[in-house]
Design a protein around this ligand. Structure first.
Ligand SMILES: [Zn+2]
Length: 114
């Protein structure tokens, strides 16, 4: 990974998820939201794939019917996807380096309650 401002190499650290300062140019850099969304979608697809591979929907169809069995199986994918996402956030940046972006401080809005 490299800093988008000064193009120096940046090692992955957890602070990049929320935003951290580049040690060279002092600009606030963070992992792009498109990368995080991609990880979320990938973890959800992997979770549903694992559930379908384990034939969980087939277990739910006789008792709940096809529609509610499908919905129950699909909703079981969300907690499983959360667990998978927890692992992927820590491992995937070493496999597929994320794109870093510079946080624009002017886009932060405040309530201006002065
Ligand atoms: Zn930099």
């Amino acid at each position: 990974m490299c800093c988008p401002s000064c193009h120096c190499r940046v090692a992955f650290e957890r602070g990049l998820l929320r935003g951290t300062c580049c040690k060279r140019c002092n600009s606030t850099i963070l992992i792009s939201s498109a990368y995080i969304r991609g990880l979320m979608m990938l973890s959800l697809l992997v979770a549903w794939g694992l559930l379908w591979a384990a034939r969980v929907p087939a277990l739910l169809y006789p008792t709940l019917g096809e529609v509610f069995g499908f919905l129950a199986a699909a909703s079981l994918g969300f907690p499983l996807a959360f667990v998978i996402l927890t692992v992927m956030v820590r491992t995937m940046p070493y496999v597929v380096p994320p794109k870093l972006v510079v946080r624009d401080p002017t886009t932060v809005t405040t309530l201006d309650l002065n």
